[in-house]
Write a protein that binds this ligand. Structure first.
Ligand SMILES: NC(=O)c1ccc[n+]([C@@H]2O[C@H](COP(=O)([O-])OP(=O)(O)OC[C@H]3O[C@@H](n4cnc5c(N)ncnc54)[C@H](OP(=O)(O)O)[C@@H]3O)[C@@H](O)[C@H]2O)c1
Length: 248
């Protein structure tokens, strides 16, 4: 069974549906349970059994509740995909303290708290796998997203340390580093941003959420216990600096 955090839309929704297509039972999550109605319907249409849990993963007690409700319903927790995130763009010198904290919390604190909540169940059942979604922002400058870039670099670092600490328990922890993805809310639907991005991509096109979901779940379901602590690039070979959004 698979838990996908932040799965109301975008890549999280694609992950939940792909997990169901592959025969997994699925837990979907966002801060507001009412936002999950569409993804619940999509997972059920794909033949999956699904539980929707409203939980704000910036708070440890709510992350703990997500893991507890998962095990209460399905008896175990095999795969945790940390997808929940948040981002806005601002030059560093204009970032408020609250703005900085909100993005670090949305990306890094949520990931840590969800991992910590899942740990006792993964340990007691003899293992499992965690995949943390990260960004090329962690690897090189990401103008006007210093908070996000630092948080995703933290996600990569957290991945390596948890993989080391939890390997004796059979828990694999990996990260997938994404470049631009063509989600429904993506700025890359705007012609100006899309053209700028595609001109930099070696393959000349932006990856879709369905492609990302398939790759992430391949990594989760691979039967190679030694594959842990990896920070895998799923960026189409992109090595440039991602520009901030063009002004409207
Ligand atoms: N899209 C891209 O181009 C791109 C590129 C690189 C990396 N990524 C990474 O890929 C992942 C998915 O990206 P996306 O664009 O699909 O994201 P998205 O559309 O912004 O979705 C984020 C999800 O997280 C949920 N969420 C936010 N804060 C939360 C919290 N505190 N607790 C629980 N849920 C929370 C949101 O729902 P609620 O608001 O209802 O809580 C939403 O469902 C993220 O980790 C992102 O950083 C994306």
């Amino acid at each position: 069974m698979v838990v996908v955090t932040g799965s109301a839309g975008g890549i999280g929704r694609a992950l939940a549906v792909e997990a169901a297509v592959r025969g997994a039972r699925v837990v979907v999550n966002s801060r507001r349970v009412e936002r999950l109605a569409d993804v619940v319907a999509d997972v059920e249409a794909a033949g999956g059994e699904v539980l929707a849990v409203g939980a704000d993963l910036r708070h440890g007690d709510q992350a703990d509740r997500l893991a507890a409700e998962t095990v209460e319903r399905f008896g175990r927790l095999d795969v945790l995909v940390n997808n929940a995130a948040g981002l806005f763009f601002a030059p560093a010198e204009e970032l408020t303290e609250n703005g900085w904290r909100s993005v670090v919390d949305a990306n890094l604190t949520t990931t840590f708290l969800a991992c910590r909540a899942a740990f006792p169940y993964l340990r007691d059942q003899g293992g499992g796998t965690i995949c943390n979604l990260s960004s090329v922002a962690a690897l090189r400058p990401h103008p006007h997203a210093s908070h996000y870039a630092a948080a995703k670099a933290g996600v990569n670092s957290l991945t390596e340390t948890l993989a080391y600490e939890w390997a004796p328990h059979g828990i694999r922890v990996n990260a997938v580093v994404l470049g631009a993805v063509l989600t429904e809310a993506s700025r890359f639907h705007r012609d100006v941003d899309r053209a700028l991005m595609e001109a930099q991509l070696p393959g000349g096109r932006i990856v879709t959420p369905d492609e990302v979901a398939a790759a992430v779940l391949d990594l989760c379901f691979v039967e190679t216990s030694y594959l842990t602590g990896a920070v895998v690039r799923l960026d189409g070979g992109f090595r440039g600096v991602m520009a901030p959004p063009e002004a409207p």
